[in-house]
Design a binder for this molecule. Structure first.
Ligand code: KE4
Length: 430
């Protein structure tokens, strides 16, 4: 894919920003390419620095559920900004936002707004430790919960993409408190609780994994986490930063009919602005300063411009949106699987609602161990062939692709046709 403007910008960027990007996965390193610099986006489309048009399946890694530059969201941001961009003082908007989030997520009795998913997960773990007086936490290999030191242990997303599940700079003493299991391994979870249940402060889980590619929970896995936490006095934390209002308006906990003790939200709930949430049981959340002894703070937490964008988005997430996303997701899933079958390529397409991954392995992919069997070289070739056909797929085998309500049948069918050709391309390259 020749895009001289992006190449020039990338060369400049690499001189002043590590890897030329402000977040590692954007660098296209795992697909062996160089990133396309984006100049603008609208609806289901991105426009490259050179003006090339792409159908977008990254959606800013999840937030753009209604498509890019939705007029109502743009207007809400503009109106809010006219009243000032940040006050560092409480506003009515934050109360309306908290009431809205609580109406969507019945497990959340009280919440705190922060500015990123990382902050939400970091704070949720801290308050779980403060509430229980225990230190150990449990996470699952391949799940990513942001870049707080104690969560960058066998993490997914960019960490997994670079084959560096454990990050440099994380003190061994810090990582020691984080116990990791294979996702969907219920016997191992039960065994761990039986052996060390009294030490465990919390279990944090992606209720549908997006950060090793899309891996759904096996039957009873999420229920087992919540039940074992309850039995042993630990806190269950659903990290719904990606799944929240993506797989259902009330997240995976609505789809599964489960109520975790704490929930982390970001991306969609923040309207695609720097806005995230952690919240849950009142007894736990009342441990947070200034009420209780667990400290957490943020200059821009609950920012009025970000909250205005979020409210404009959330009020548009009606049942019709999810019906359309399910229809488009099923269409794309069938099309991708059909194309792979036609070419005799071993792939496993896994989807929940409008988040989808085509693993280049036979599958099924139920854990980190399964995911890393994927042929990432062939994925990289396929990704490049898709990009050259104007299809902007996440630049990593270990990420979820996202469909927006701005996509339609014709756009999905064009993507399927491009995927078919791109698969054929990868057959000819040894
Ligand atoms: P942020 O700090 O990036 O807002 O959120 C961290 C986070 C927490 N929990 C889950 C389930 C997440 O998916 C994320 C962030 N997701 C990645 C994409 N897999 C963000 C993209 C990036 O790192 O550039």
């Amino acid at each position: 894919m020749s895009d001289p403007k992006s190449a020039e910008l990338f060369a400049r960027a690499e001189r002043v920003i590590p890897g030329g990007v402000n977040s590692p996965v954007r660098a296209f390193r795992s697909v062996g390419g160089k990133p396309v610099f984006i100049s603008r986006a609208e609806g289901p489309y991105l426009y490259g620095a050179d003006g090339a048009k792409y159908t977008d399946y990254v959606g800013s890694w999840g937030p753009m559920i209604l498509g890019h530059a939705h007029p109502a969201i743009v207007e809400a941001i503009a109106l809010a900004a006219k009243n000032g961009t940040s006050y560092g003082a409480p506003t009515e908007l934050e109360v309306v936002f908290a009431e809205k989030v609580i109406s969507l997520y019945p497990s959340i009795e009280m919440m705190r707004a922060v500015s990123s998913g990382t902050e939400a997960c970091m704070a949720a773990v801290r308050v779980a430790r403060g509430f229980t007086g225990r230190d150990a936490i449990v996470k699952f290999e391949g799940c990513y919960h942001g870049h707080a030191d104690f969560l960058l242990v066998k993490a997914g997303s960019g960490a997994l993409t670079f084959g560096v599940p454990d990050s440099a700079g994380v003190p061994a003493a810090t990582a020691k408190g984080t116990l990791t299991l294979q996702y969907n391994d219920m016997p191992a979870l039960k065994e761990l609780f039986a052996a060390r249940g009294g030490e465990i402060a919390a279990v944090i889980v992606e209720p549908v994994v997006g950060n090793m590619g899309v891996v759904p929970p096996s039957t009873g896995f999420l229920e087992a986490i919540v039940a074992l936490c309850k039995e042993h006095g630990a806190v269950s934390i659903f990290d719904e930063v990606m799944t929240g209002s993506r797989v259902a308006r009330g997240g995976m906990q609505e789809r599964a009919g489960i109520r975790p003790d704490l929930t982390c939200l970001g991306k969609i709930i923040g309207g695609g602005m720097p806005l995230a949430v952690y919240g849950g049981k009142r007894a736990i959340m009342e441990k947070i300063a200034p009420l209780g002894p667990v400290y957490q703070a943020g200059t821009l937490s609950g920012n009025p411009v970000a909250v205005s964008a979020a409210l404009a988005l959330l009020e548009r997430l009606d049942a019709g949106v999810y019906d359309k996303l399910e229809h488009l997701g099923a269409r794309l899933e069938a099309g991708l699987a059909g194309a792979a079958k036609k070419h005799g390529v071993d792939v496993c397409v896994q989807r929940v609602g409008s988040m989808i991954t085509m693993f280049f392995t036979k599958g099924p992919v139920q854990s980190f161990g399964d995911a890393v069997k994927s042929d990432t070289r062939r994925f990289g070739r396929w990704h490049g062939a898709m990009l050259s056909r104007g299809q902007y797929w996440p630049p990593s085998q270990y990420e979820a692709a996202f469909i927006s309500a701005a996509h339609d049948d014709a756009i999905i069918d064009a993507t399927i046709a491009a995927a078919d050709e791109a698969l054929a391309d990868t057959l000819s390259v040894v």
